[in-house]
Design a protein around this ligand. Sequence first.
Ligand code: ZN
Length: 432
Amino acid sequence: MKSVARTRSSLLLALAALGGGMAAVAAEPMVLINHNANNRNFRFSSVPSPVENDTGAKARFSIIRGTRDNNGGEIGALNDGKLPGTMDSPTQNLFFIGETWILADLGQPTELKRIGTYSCHTDERAPQVYTVWGAERAPQSGWQSVSERTPGLRRLASVDTRQQRGGPDHSRGAGGQYGVAIVPGAQDSSLGIFRYLLFKIEPTGKSPFAHTFYSEIDIVSASDANLRTPEPKVFNFDSDDGFFHFTLDCSNAPELAEWGKEKIIPLVKTWYPRLTRELASDGFRPMRRFSICIRDGLGGTPAYAAGNEIHVNRGWLRGEKDREGLGCIVHEMAHVVQSYNRRQPPEWISEGLADYIRWFLYEPQSKGAEVRQRNAVHDASYRVTANFLDFVIRKHDPEFLKHLNAAAREGRYREDIWKERTGKTRLELAEE
Ligand SMILES: [Zn+2]
């Protein structure tokens, strides 16, 4: 913060009016910056978490110069008290194209205690670079032509979080969650009295992807009380031995957050480590981090796994909570552990194997894989194949699951594996 002049002179006037002479050096607002390298639900060491019922929640935000990126949320995302669920949730954030000026109108002059700005992304779209001014009234020339030199603006702070060292985690890059709090300087009890806050928001770099994902802007007045932090809908947790790290994201399905906390978290803590053992193979290192996101937009698909993410269909899960929901998550976790990234085995193998895990290891009591069709074909995938695998494992080779999985993972699945392990070809086994 370099432009002290205007700030200081107006404070001196204020002090003079109060009859104060001693404290000639008035403190500028202080800027606190915190950084979490990962999703910590915007809990910071010294910056307060975002709140949902601050004065800013009722403010009118508008863009007076520049453009919002249509891939992001609407301007109202800035003060809706809702936080993005994941580290890359475009529509739950607001971001701009080039330098953009936005105005917050509080409706009346208000004594302010704190301005909080929050952002979240995986990389250079996370840090914040902006300047904020306060004004008691609109400039005579209107807001459209406003500039840094417009009379009546008081600069409160220039913020640049790019230099922030968030501890050792920072070596992973600029991504993460940033919280900024602009608070009164040591000598002051408030930031001043303003009706308007004006933000000049700048990109964080030169690339087109250097536009900060702003998640929330809080404006806390001197009379705000009982401030509430939104309930977290994103849960980070570890396996009991601390080796695996998981995220359950219910921010798009808040009605399932309590249930998910109660049912999905213990399921993942128990079953993910177990699956890594059931599906171990030489030299294989399971992914240590994965996330489950419950959301809309999956169409008729109940769930799918991609890399180390599982996406579950919100509407489907609501109906299947007490039926197929958890078993389906076990099936998808099996896919995460399979990591069949080389030459893929036939799909009926990977799906059948995932369903074997689900129906025969996780929930044998449900008998969900009992096949009703008498003429079911063993390579019909899913539960039919699961039955076939169960038969081969019980009758011929208790180690077959491990061997089949290892071959599939290493891209060397071939027909011969059946004969090598059991003495019979696949078709002979199917015949049995
Ligand atoms: Zn599947």
